[in-house]
Ligand binder design. Structure first.
Ligand code: ADP
Ligand code: MG
Length: 281
């Protein structure tokens, strides 16, 4: 490879907001054919709005929010930050959680002011507390009983459509979405996008197996923001971390880091890598 073309490519990518960790990564990037994308925090802003709280026991919504937000202070998941924000906007005082255990992409358990609290996906909470888990939303259990669910609404990034168009024109022939969230949520969100497949309710291991199997077929990029994406980022031909609000662990594992809150910058980086290849390798 011609070093000058590589460093020009790297600096062009950096100029558009993508840190690429070296010339080898740039070379691999130029040959990508498949892209696997996470949903929450990647396709979406991860700035979900709390739209409502449904209660299934006697506990009122404000108390549910206060207990859930107190526990979520310990989580780096984008949903956690939004739940804390909503609680503070309502003037609720948060308590420090203790003995917190988080299961990446599923939820967390811990103690808040003497109460045992579980927050996360309905199935996760349902497996740890009595009562009927909610159909959707983020479920909450207190002292072993499901007490309600918080509804959050997350929006697609407005530059996703443009990015996927750029990917297609740059020779990416397969675009796959992989999410820990429910299929219905993922399908509704990706309607109208040029996406070839949607995989829902995926554990971190399943995401990484998916990326491994895609990469056996064609050179594959994985884009993700969460702790639950880290194994998939590590196994991809090119792993890209969402650097702005993403979990720190992902930026370390990844081959490239998006340093701006504009995902379309990845299209510029891909083109920069291909231009460098045309000159250099
Ligand atoms: P994605 O793979 O699309 O980024 P995640 O796997 O990170 O989504 O999360 C999937 C779902 O798991 C969320 O929509 C939410 O219901 C639940 N979840 C994960 N972590 C948390 C958390 N800390 N608090 C509440 N819910 C969580
Ligand atoms: Mg995510």
């Amino acid at each position: 490879a011609v070093p000058v073309a590589l460093s020009a490519g790297l600096s062009r990518a950096a100029g558009s907001g993508v840190l690429i960790k070296g010339g080898k990564v740039l070379e691999r990037m130029a040959g990508l054919r498949t892209v696997v994308m996470d949903k929450t925090g990647t396709l979406t802003h991860g700035e979900a709005r709390l739209t409502g709280i449904t209660t299934t026991g006697g506990m009122d919504g404000a108390r549910i929010l206060q207990l859930a937000a107190s526990l979520e202070q310990a989580s780096t998941h984008p949903i956690a930050a939004r739940i804390c924000k909503a609680a503070m906007a309502d003037g609720l005082a948060l308590e420090s959680p203790r003995n917190v255990v988080e299961t990446a992409g599923e939820g967390l358990t811990g103690m808040v002011g003497g109460h045992e609290v579980v927050v996360g996906q309905p199935a996760f909470v349902g497996a740890r507390a009595a009562g009927t888990p909610p159909q959707d939303g983020v479920a909450v259990a207190v002292d072993g009983r499901i007490v309600g669910a918080m509804q959050l609404q997350d929006a697609l990034r407005d530059d996703v459509q443009g990015l996927l168009g750029t990917f297609r024109r740059a020779g990416i022939s397969r675009i796959v979405v992989a999410t820990g969230d429910k299929r219905a949520v993922a399908e509704q969100l990706t309607r109208g996008l040029p996406v070839d497949a949607v995989h829902a309710e995926m554990t971190p291991e399943e995401k990484s197996e998916l990326v491994a199997s895609e990469s056996r077929l064609a050179p594959t990029m994985m884009i993700g923001d969460g702790v639950n994406d880290a194994p998939a980022l590590a196994i991809a031909d090119v792993g890209v971390a969402m650097g702005v609000r993403g979990a720190a662990a992902t930026a370390e594992t990844a081959d490239a880091v998006l340093l701006v809150d504009r995902i379309s910058a990845l299209g510029n980086a891909l083109r920069a890598s291909q231009r460098a290849r045309a000159i250099a390798f």
